[in-house]
Design a protein around this ligand. Sequence first.
Ligand code: ADP
Ligand code: MG
Ligand code: ZN
Length: 477
Amino acid sequence: MGENRNRPAASYETVIGLETHIALKTETKAFCSCAVTFGAEPNTHCCPVCLGMPGALPVLNEKAVEYAAKAGLLLHCRVSLVSHMDRKQYFYPDLPKGYQISQDDEPLCTDGWLEIPAAGGGKKRVRIERIHLEEDAGKLIHTAEGTLIDCNRCGVPLIEIVTKPDFRSAEEVVAYLQELREIIRFAGLSDCRMNEGSLRCDVNLSLRPRGSEELGERAELKNLNSFQFAAKAIAFEEERQAAVLASGGTLFPETRGFCEETGETYAMRRKESQDDYRFLPEPDLPPVVLTQDQIDRWRSELPEPPAERRARYESEYGLSHETAALLTVSRAAADRFEEAAARTPWARQLANLLAADPERLEAGIPVAAQSLAELAALLGEGSVGAAAARRILDEMWAHGGDPREIAARLGLLKLSDRASLLPFAEQAVAANGRAAADFRAGKTAALQALLGDVMRRSHGRADPAAARALLLELLGG
Ligand code: ADP
Ligand code: MG
Ligand code: ZN
């Protein structure tokens, strides 16, 4: 298809709406007290409730409601004071209950939006239709002997975030997913790991003639589990639908899969209609009733979003955009940095020091704010150099401790007193007779060689300004 000079897709506009499932990082499942885990021994975290045994009764996890509502608040949704859970009937082999507890006609959150960078600069607002709370299914494990089922994931709380059909390209879809992942993760509501399945998205895609306002027939592309696969599936589907339309064929609503090896989408089934699910209000659970106070409190607990923090770090502390981005990798890291920054005039030095080893920042910074501030002062005041400061930070990261004491113990403090520097300076002058003579003859640049030798002999610990002054004195300059 790529060979066609006049690609049929060019005469159509792509229209995409997303359904994104995010697994909430609550301690326990949505309707029972089994732990939410990833990678545990199969079927070690299940009970009669999440296995759907007859007579077992679900109890709604309040944390799951709180997290779902907080996601809604982050995405500028209205959180309903009253919503309810529904039963969605279907046969899926990884859901032993035979139905999924979800929300149909009264979801927890409605009418939100999320801004993404627009193609021509500026922002584009993607409207969010709804966010509802539901439960995850288990996992099928296909082996040579047959298919096994792991029910650890059954009943893990999910939110499904449904957008309006507002995307026009794969780039916009990826930008949205990145933005969404960042703010949800930052608020600690989910890990949003696509490779672990805690963020999964379905892409609904249709085409329409450019200029038309009507929506075309869509295909729903299921379970794309990386940004790259989402982009590839979209590219393939645009071409496929365009070819059907261009040849006078008709499209019908269908559910399609994506093959990671070929990069192609393939037909799975005609799309089920709403009626097929036989939704009914979940008889075993009361309605979800919230108070405005509760919602206000949840709102007040939300962190300042990472993008706003980055902008603030850039202007308040003079950080580069890159450094600000590294520090806002998680709320834990950003919060600790800010605590420390409030206690030192050397916040920028501290930021650069922390950002020098970005990988470990995500889990937070296990060093007390006061110690970080003291380390920043050592560096800012010139008592230790940058490399030494990194070693001290590593030491504090692993074992804690007082930065000044660590610097002294590891011999990392800079030498600026005359008594410590004198032997190095004298040795340097004696060993570099030529440079010393050049300097005395008026070649001031020769001092650099002598200074370099002092730094080498002191293993970088000599304070350059003090060493320089001492050399000048010895050379009678
Ligand atoms: P369902 O739950 O049956 O998949 P919804 O009506 O809830 O259907 O829509 C799911 C997603 O599909 C939404 O993001 C919506 O914006 C999107 N969508 C619906 N119709 C179209 C269409 N014709 N083209 C592209 N996206 C669509
Ligand atoms: Mg759908
Ligand atoms: Zn359970």
